[in-house]
Design a protein around this ligand. Structure first.
Ligand code: DC
Length: 212
């Protein structure tokens, strides 16, 4: 399987880079954060508390989840926009810390890759836990201020407030016991702070050619 794993914190450029890299390579791309967000949204809509780990775990196992280029469907309903709401963003860290949810979503991510013979997969634990044997493991990063500015450019808001919110989410994602956000063994760190998208892609393609 030819998996390219891209991990890193919010606003590091993962989604943009993963999507563009997949297009250049002619392979598919999987946004695993969208899967955690979809479970968080489904729990909210069903009135299941994020703290009810067993109920959220069962929900994750039962949901029909379809995450792809066309968007995100949960039980056949398009929730592509809803999963990006501030409410879901605030609720998702607790869902992502649930080991039952992580076990289920990791199994689905591996299945996705097996069906396609690989692809570009982005998240927090892709190189460290889900695909430790990926052909290339990247850890994207950028300064907190630049990450916040990118979020503001995408969805508006105040840079300082967003920078604080990102710091809170990073802390939760990095300190959970199951699959914390960290640089995977063998991963290559790419600081995207001063780089344009094309420059990051050129850097990655050079790494990929070296990895072959
Ligand atoms: O990349 P994102 O912001 O859409 O991710 C949403 C949340 O899901 C974020 O809090 C981190 C978590 N996540 C995770 O724990 N593991 C992944 N592989 C992907 C995302």
């Amino acid at each position: 399987m030819n998996v390219i794993a891209i991990d890193g914190p919010a606003g590091s450029g993962k989604s943009t880079i993963a999507r563009a890299l997949a297009a250049r390579l002619g392979v598919e791309y999987l946004d695993t954060g969208a899967m955690y967000r979809a479970v968080a949204l489904a729990a909210m809509e069903r009135g299941i508390a994020g703290t009810d780990t067993a109920a959220v775990g069962s929900l994750a196992r039962e949901l029909a989840l379809d995450v792809g280029e066309h968007g995100v469907l949960v039980d056949g309903i398009d929730v592509t926009a809803e999963i990006r709401s501030p409410e879901v963003t605030a609720a998702v860290s607790a869902i992502a810390a649930n080991s039952e949810v992580r076990a289920e979503l990791r199994a689905r991510q591996r299945e996705w890759a097996v069906q396609r013979g690989g692809g570009v997969i982005e998240g927090r634990d892709i190189g460290s836990v889900v695909f430790p044997a990926a052909i290339l493991k990247l850890y994207l990063t950028a300064t907190p201020r630049i990450r916040a500015q990118r979020r503001v450019a995408e969805s508006g808001g105040d840079v300082e407030t967003i920078e604080r919110a990102i710091a809170v989410r990073d802390a939760k994602d990095s300190t959970r016991t199951d699959g914390p956000l960290r640089e995977a063994d063998g991963s290559i760190v790419v600081d995207t702070s001063g780089l344009a998208i094309d420059e990051v892609l050129t850097t990655i393609e050079a790494l990929l050619n070296g990895a072959k």
